[in-house]
Write a new protein. Structure first.
Length: 132
């Protein structure tokens, strides 16, 4: 059975081309992909991830709201007792990478990441979480 990955857009960010490309990359790599669509909240993302029994969550952010929204996602996962890695992709300044790791984000990808880098980030994060 293929690993299941949820990909989503949080907040008011309406740019979805990149996340659809990532979904296609992951599907082509053999993952079962669940795409929640635009304008999701941290709570709906976590609920969907748990309901769909996913192995990872991919969050696409181009709005700059990652500092506010990603801690809410990782906190909601913790409160739910769900040990699911979160991979953040999008416009994330390098200066913000460490703060994202500090709140529990497993990987950060920026524009220009290759298909191989996307797959490696997801598979690496899943593998790390399965070892825990």
């Amino acid at each position: 059975m293929a690993e299941r990955v949820l990909v989503t857009k949080l907040g008011l960010d309406g740019h979805d081309r990149g996340v659809k490309i990532v979904a296609r990359i992951l599907r082509d790599a053999g993952y079962e992909v669940i795409y929640t669509g635009l304008f999701q909240t941290p709570e709906t993302v976590v609920a969907a991830a748990i309901d769909e029994d996913v192995s990872a969550i991919g969050v696409s952010m181009l709005s700059g709201a990652h500092e506010a929204l990603l801690p809410m996602v990782t906190k909601a996962l913790e409160e739910a007792g769900a040990d699911i890695p979160v991979i953040l992709g999008g416009i994330v300044p390098e200066d913000d990478f460490q703060s994202m790791y500090d709140v529990g984000v497993a990987r950060v990808l920026t524009p220009g990441a290759t298909a191989d880098e996307v797959v490696a980030a997801v598979s690496g994060a899943i593998e790390e979480y399965q070892v825990k």
